[in-house]
Write a protein that binds this ligand. Sequence first.
Ligand code: 5RP
Length: 221
Amino acid sequence: MSITQDDLKRAVAQAAVAYVPVDCIVGVGTGSTANFFIDELARIKHKIRGAVASSEASAKRLQQHGIEVLSLNDAGELSVYVDGADEITRHLHMVKGGGGALTREKIVAAASKKFICVCDSSKLVDVLGKFPLPIEVIPMARSYVARELVKLGGQPRLREGFTTDNGNLILDVHNLRILNPVELETTLNHIAGVVTNGLFARRGADVLLLGTASGVQTLTV
Ligand code: 5RP
């Protein structure tokens, strides 16, 4: 029987549980890999105090498992944040936001001591940008931000029919070859009307658990 992408996601989710300290509040990401992690977390729910979710969808899944969901304001600093990525490099810089949860993901990651990224091997790349870079934008700034993104060499496309948990829009930027993610993340943050961009380079992951056909590999910087 051949190994599926879901098998790899489940394997990294299981491996991530080892990074969750007893009696802690866990930061939880969004997406299909994060969902596997939530399902694994349910098995040890008696050992944790609860979770802070990076999206309404993850909050719902956590609650369905009987895991208490706390607000970040009540939880304070978190010891660990576990989330997937759309692309990741060996420097543990990421593109995230394929699920549109980038802003809350960036906030919860920033408030966590350790970021554990869980991915199947298809997400590991040499250069970021093949996956369109998501940018969360205040609705009235959509056209202005799109023009600024074109000036930077990208091709922004509005994510049709999608509104973020924060009530904003997503522009997915195609055709970027991101050779300096830290610099581009900073540049994008300075465009008026941009709430968050999907580059997680200034605060990248601390550990990558990469699911491969030969097992889970652990990469650190
Ligand atoms: C959601 C994200 C996800 O982490 C990213 O899209 C990866 O998702 P998946 O695990 O389903 O491949 O950033 O906003």
